[in-house]
Design a protein around this ligand. Structure first.
Ligand SMILES: Cc1ncc(COP(=O)(O)O)c(C=O)c1O
Length: 453
């Protein structure tokens, strides 16, 4: 078995993470437990603000960012920094911050993976790797796989990931096995079948998890699936973009690699495209770094500056957006029950009607800021989007501003996503204003649909 399948012997997962002082915006509380700590021993609310700041006398309060492609050398002096494609010191604060939040460490695993303040043993962060986009981080992970590997993936997942995996499969590089990631028994059976097949072929297997999934918001049993995959020496990767490390920490459950679209919640202002990968496995880290260097998928210094500035407010932004999302989801569900507007159903992990509500409550530190509504048809959805005034119809998510998009406008989105489904990325505006705007657009859409009948 190659190095990426050698695990650290993590212990069984414990209860889900629980952000300090968090009040989720819906009826039942998410995972209870002690406030978690980052690898620094600080609460993540402190850590996002304090990590990576220079402390020497007369140093700037914010770490400096180098705008340079290359570094001076003298043949007589050892040169740690040669060329910016290898990564530059200015990536450091953000790479350490993201790894610190996710629990990416260089040292052995500590039971729960979280480090209590009184823990004596120092823990060294293994910095995340920043990428030019979320998709380039995903590409680096898929490129770890030797030819002939098997990939088990959710039938609903971020469209770009699926398209990339599909193209690799069409070239005969990998074989795909699609599963309903929320159906634990189905995934277990697939893990077993594929692992038997792969053993016979001496092939590698990757389990790719997205949870909650984009855009269907299915919630996977992360601890159970990761444990099963590890038992079978299957490499695991989790796209943690929707939950963020403040609500879910897959490394703690034994996941090998976590990827992020930093573009979304982490940077939080819809002004940056960036990705990140985090792992506690030194060899995986080395290979992902080598891939990034050879493919040139590094972010620019300006993006690094903006993303670091954005992540400083992650904790308060996420709290505010999640509170709004909880309120909106409940109000929208009540509106759907009235039957007066084109609103068939509302999906949000914080609603008791969500099929994995219990699992989300046990596993996630909060239900997130993404809601989907099914308007019943493309016509209805488009009429709603045409008539929004406060919400911005746009793709993407995780910014301070609220965005709405009909997902099936993208040909790559599978047909199992309803034609009339609108994904709502809830921002930090006033929840009442957001609801009123949606209500107005839904009412106008109802009139348009009546006139066109
Ligand atoms: C869950 C998820 N992962 C990855 C990506 C890709 O990220 P990026 O747009 O930064 O390449 C996206 C983008 O929408 C996403 O939603």
């Amino acid at each position: 078995m190659s190095s990426e399948n050698q695990h650290h012997g993590q212990s069984a997962p414990d209860a889900g993470p629980h952000p300090a002082g968090q009040t989720p915006g819906s009826q039942s509380s998410p995972a209870a437990g002690d406030a978690w700590h980052t690898v620094s021993g600080q609460s993540e609310r402190t850590f996002v603000v304090s990590a990576g700041r220079p402390h020497e006398p007369n140093s700037p309060v914010n770490p400096p960012v180098d705008f340079t492609s290359t570094y001076t050398y003298r043949p007589s002096v050892e040169q740690p920094q040669v060329y910016a494609r290898e990564g530059i010191p200015s990536f450091g604060p953000l790479e350490e911050l993201i790894a610190g939040l996710e629990g990416g460490t260089r040292s052995a695993y500590f039971g729960s993976g979280m480090v209590a303040k009184d823990q004596e043993q120092p823990v060294e962060v293994q910095p995340a790797l920043l990428f030019s986009s979320g998709l380039s981080a995903i590409s680096a992970v898929l490129n770890l796989l030797p030819l002939g590997s098997h990939v088990i993936l959710p039938k609903h997942s971020y469209m770009g990931f699926f398209t990339m995996a599909q193209q690799m499969a069409e070239k005969g590089m990998i074989t795909l096995h699609r599963v309903d990631i929320a159906e634990t028994e189905q995934v277990r059976t697939t893990l077993q079948d594929v692992s038997t097949l792969a053993q016979a072929q001496e092939a590698e297997v990757l389990l790719w998890i997205e949870s909650p999934t984009n855009p269907m918001l299915e919630v996977a049993d992360l601890p159970a699936l990761t444990a099963e995959a590890r038992r079978r020496s299957i490499l695991t990767a989790v796209d943690n973009t929707f939950a963020t490390p403040l609500r879910q920490r897959p490394l703690k459950h034994g996941t090998d690699i976590v990827v992020h679209s930093v573009t979304k919640f982490l940077s939080g202002h819809s002004d940056v495209i960036m990705g990140a990968a985090v792992t506690s496995d030194a060899e995986l880290h080395r290979r992902l770094h080598a891939h990034r260097n050879l493919h040139g998928t590094i972010p620019g210094p300006m993006e690094v500056f903006l993303a670091l500035r954005g992540v400083r407010t992650l904790a308060i932004r996420l709290d505010a957006a999640e509170k709004n999302a909880g309120q909106l989801a409940h109000r929208l569900e009540a509106l759907a029950a009235e039957g007066t507007v084109p609103l068939r159903s509302v999906s949000y992990p914080g609603l008791s009607s969500h099929p994995q509500h219990e699992r989300a409550s046990a596993q996630l530190g909060g239900y997130g800021a993404i809601i989907t509504i099914d308007t019943g048809s493309m016509q209805a959805a488009d009429a709603v989007l045409e008539n929004l005034r406060l919400w911005t119809p746009a793709t993407s998510l995780g910014g301070v501003e609220s965005l709405a998009e009909r997902r099936r406008r993208h040909p790559g989105e599978p047909e199992t996503v309803p034609e009339g489904l609108i994904r709502l990325s809830v921002g930090i505006e006033d929840a009442g204003d957001l609801f009123d705007d949606l209500l107005g657009a839904l009412r106008t859409a109802a009139e348009i649909l009546r006139e066109n009948r």
